[in-house]
Design a protein around this ligand. Structure first.
Ligand code: GDD
Ligand code: MN
Length: 384
């Protein structure tokens, strides 16, 4: 039995590789071996490899893949350290194969591998540039999924995506698709790699419209573990759309950083006014006035708020975790922001001396300070 399997593996390895299946994973340990067995069953007679792109899962997902890979070289693992994100994992996996055709699918058994041979035929026929599985095509179903909330959200997101990108598919949000590797590689540098919407990103990026074949998908329930999309799905989606829409003019990260900075101003004012309401007037004639203490406190709170929000959203893919790294990051961020503040005040003061009106001078100062904070913290706090 084992010998027969080994023969099959070496026979397969002797033939030129035809297809790579890229499976991004985050805490999917229990799903790996059964997924390999299902791929094996579905892909009889095809020379394939599977690449699990794992973002350093804590449950040992990468080890589960390597355990199989030791005896079956068709099973490969890319283990990424300090990185996060389904879309970027998919891109990296697709760039890492020698196979001429690549597929991306989820590792949690929601996508049926039985569709792969049909998708492969479609691409190999030369009639199509993209084959994908749609949850909204004629004959598809989501009954097993049993998540009417997500189903509804998906169909709304699809409609919005169709508007913004002009891509007209029944399910551009699908995470299950196949295309020629060279098409992907030719466009990989232009993909945003943000969030979950890799297919939409590809469709909106390629210059010649793709000829698409749709396969109805029976979207199954997840086998083991839990979905990673629930908490950030809407946010990531909106960020992805923004990136496609305005990302070339104002970079997405800077837009997020700036928006969070503006929220920080609101936090600052709220803290300051609460402070003044409680202690205003009590220290009027002292060496340090109540305003000065309040202003300092408000700035500290706002800066801390900005640090955590940026760490959570703007730099979700490079998020600092653990008390030590967080504290260190916070201190570096505080340092960056104090220099930013000097740049801000310095520039504004200079402009006022040259005869600028105070308010536009203040705004220019804020803009200069923000660019400084962004440029420095992206290297110094979240860079590596
Ligand atoms: N490497 C890596 N990094 N893999 C990830 C990450 C990540 O940050 N987040 C999720 N994954 C992996 C999961 O382990 C799983 O194999 C696959 O990506 C899909 O993630 P799920 O968490 O199961 O997502 P879902 O089922 O809620 O979403 C699916 O449906 C969406 C449409 O509603 C996916 O197919 C999405 O691509 C799709 O847009
Ligand atoms: Mn899933």
């Amino acid at each position: 039995m084992a010998e027969a399997a080994a023969d099959q593996i070496s026979a397969a390895a002797a033939r030129p590789l035809e297809l790579a299946i890229v499976l991004p994973t985050l805490n999917e340990r229990g799903n790996i071996a059964p997924m390999v067995a299902r791929l094996e069953a579905a892909l009889q007679g095809i020379a394939w490899e599977a690449i699990f792109v794992d973002d350093n899962s804590r449950d040992g997902t990468a080890d589960a893949g390597r355990d199989i890979g030791r005896t079956d070289p068709r099973i490969r693992v890319i283990q990424r350290i300090g990185r996060r994100g389904l879309a970027s994992a998919a891109i990296e996996g697709m760039c890492a194969t020698s196979a001429p055709i690549v597929a991306v699918m989820d590792a949690d058994h929601q996508h049926d591998p039985a569709l792969l041979p049909g998708m492969l035929d479609a691409i190999r026929s030369g009639q199509y540039d993209l084959a994908y599985a749609s949850r909204f095509a004629e004959g598809a179903s989501m009954e097993q999924w049993n998540r009417p909330d997500r189903e509804k959200a998906s169909s709304m997101a699809n409609a919005l995506a169709r508007k913004v990108t002009g891509v007209d598919l029944s399910d551009p949000m699908s995470g299950y698709f196949m295309l020629r590797a060279e098409t992907l590689r030719a466009n990989a540098g232009k993909l945003s790699g943000i969030g979950f919407k890799i297919l939409l990103d590809i469709l909106a990026t390629v210059e010649t419209p793709m000829r698409v074949k749709e396969f109805p998908l029976n979207f199954a329930a997840r086998a083991e573990g839990e979905s990673k999309l629930d908490r950030t799905v809407v946010f990531e989606f909106l960020v992805g759309l923004y990136d496609k829409w305005l990302g070339r003019i104002i970079p997405t990260r800077f837009a997020l950083f700036g928006t969070i900075g503006a929220l920080g101003v609101v936090v600052h004012m709220a803290v300051l006014s609460a402070w003044l309401a409680a202690f205003g007037g009590t220290l009027r004639d002292q060496l340090i006035t109540d305003f000065e203490i309040g202003q300092t406190l408000a700035a500290m709170v706002a800066m801390t708020f900005n640090f955590f929000l940026n760490n959570w959203l703007t730099y979700a893919d490079k998020r600092l975790t653990g008390t030590g790294r967080l504290l260190q990051g916070w201190a570096k961020f505080a340092l960056t922001c104090s220099v930013g503040l000097l740049a801000n005040v310095g520039a504004a003061a200079l402009l006022v001396r040259f005869g600028f009106h105070e308010y536009p001078a203040a705004l220019i100062g804020i803009a200069i300070g923000s660019v400084w904070n962004f440029a420095l913290s992206s290297r110094f706090v979240w860079g590596r």
